[in-house]
Write a protein that binds this ligand. Structure first.
Ligand code: KG4
Ligand code: ZN
Length: 331
């Protein structure tokens, strides 16, 4: 089965052709990030305009790179939410139009679920499993029994982990998005330099807004004493911050897996791109005899391959043709 996936939930216009949910024939991403850089975050209106300009050529390129014509497609899958409403509307309207004109079934895919199942693209993973989605908008733990039975057992009470990376980078004047730059600078820093915390009890919920404030105070304190933040201080803050967040994500994921007696742990989302997190989770899973599947790096950040792949699975699982009934507000 050949599926065309479309993803426009934030600032990336993405299209991908995936065969039988597993084989990615093309994965095209056009980012409007550079247009937002000077604002220090994503501006929804700019993002939706950029999607409008890019969507036709991105989809066209995805079909060409996969060397197929629309006639060969069996399914269209599109992100239906959550995300920026104006951005989602561009992808959904486009998907509805082509599904109608090419006479194809259309499946709407929840964005968080597409991150949750991104590791399925290249791996044979069986149910049940414990899933961690860690992105710019979500930090959530799911007990997953089957394709339509996901139970949320832990989530952030305030900021998402990726959001904390972005805000800490902003405090340190490092630009947007914060994750990649903090990961890079952390390599040169001492993870034990500053004692940050992001604890919220012995449960499975997360909280990352306190650590962001702690970084703000620490940066202010250092500036007051030394007049400015040196490169070494910034690297130490990045390393200490990353160490604390990664430790919290790892401890709670393992705790959740042990608590729910899950033998398999699956991780996806933009923050899962972080090598330090990947390594630490691998070690912890090994120590606890848990099988770990992490989404391949090319499917961690927003992309349409994960949408086409999950769309195919959902379509086959539900066995129904859902034509053109998509509401981005429904998420
Ligand atoms: O999944 P994603 O592309 O979009 C959402 O659905 O939110 O995730 C984007 C988030 C941003 O907050 C970004 O800073 C973070 O993922 N991120 C990282 C890294 N690369 C991206 N966080 C930590 N380390 C990274 N290397
Ligand atoms: Zn995402």
């Amino acid at each position: 089965m050949l599926a065309l996936g479309i993803e426009t939930s934030c600032d990336e216009t993405c299209a991908s052709v995936v065969s039988d949910a597993k084989k990615v024939l093309s994965n095209v991403i056009s980012s409007s990030l550079s247009l937002h850089a000077r604002y220090g975050g994503i501006i929804p209106e700019i993002a939706s305009r950029a999607h409008l300009e890019a969507i036709c050529s991105v989809v066209d390129t995805a079909l060409k790179e996969a060397a197929i014509t629309p006639k060969k497609l069996d399914l269209i899958a599109v992100t239906k939410g959550p995300g920026l409403i104006g951005s989602l509307l561009v992808g959904i309207s486009f998907a509805r139009s082509v599904a109608l004109s090419w006479d194809l079934p259309l499946v709407g895919i929840n964005h968080v679920r597409s991150h949750l199942y991104a590791a399925f693209i290249e791996n044979e993973i069986s149910f049940p499993f414990l899933g961690l989605v860690v992105s710019g908008g979500h930090t959530s733990l799911y007990k997953v029994k089957s394709l339509d039975r996901e139970e949320l057992i832990g989530s952030t009470r305030d900021d998402a982990a990726g959001e904390a990376f972005d805000k800490v980078a902003k405090i340190l004047g490092l630009g947007y998005p914060g994750g990649p730059i903090i990961e890079k600078l952390a390599k040169r820093g001492n993870p034990g330099a500053y004692a940050f915390r992001c604890d919220c009890g012995r449960g499975l919920d997360f909280s990352f807004s306190g650590i962001k404030t702690a970084v703000l105070y620490k940066a202010g304190e250092l500036k007051k004493i030394y007049g400015r933040l040196t490169d070494e201080m910034i690297a130490d803050i990045c390393a200490s911050f990353q160490e604390t967040v990664v430790k919290d994500l790892v401890v709670k994921s393992i705790r959740a897996a042990l608590k729910s007696k899950a033998k398999t742990l699956v991780m996806g989302g933009g923050v899962a791109f972080n090598c330090y997190l990947r390594q630490r989770l691998e070690l912890a899973a090994k120590d606890n005899n848990i099988r770990l599947f992490i989404a391949p790096k090319e499917y961690c950040l927003d992309n349409a391959a994960m949408v086409a792949s999950l769309g195919t699975r959902v379509f086959k699982y539900k066995g129904s043709r859902r034509h053109l009934k998509l509401d981005p507000l429904a998420g």
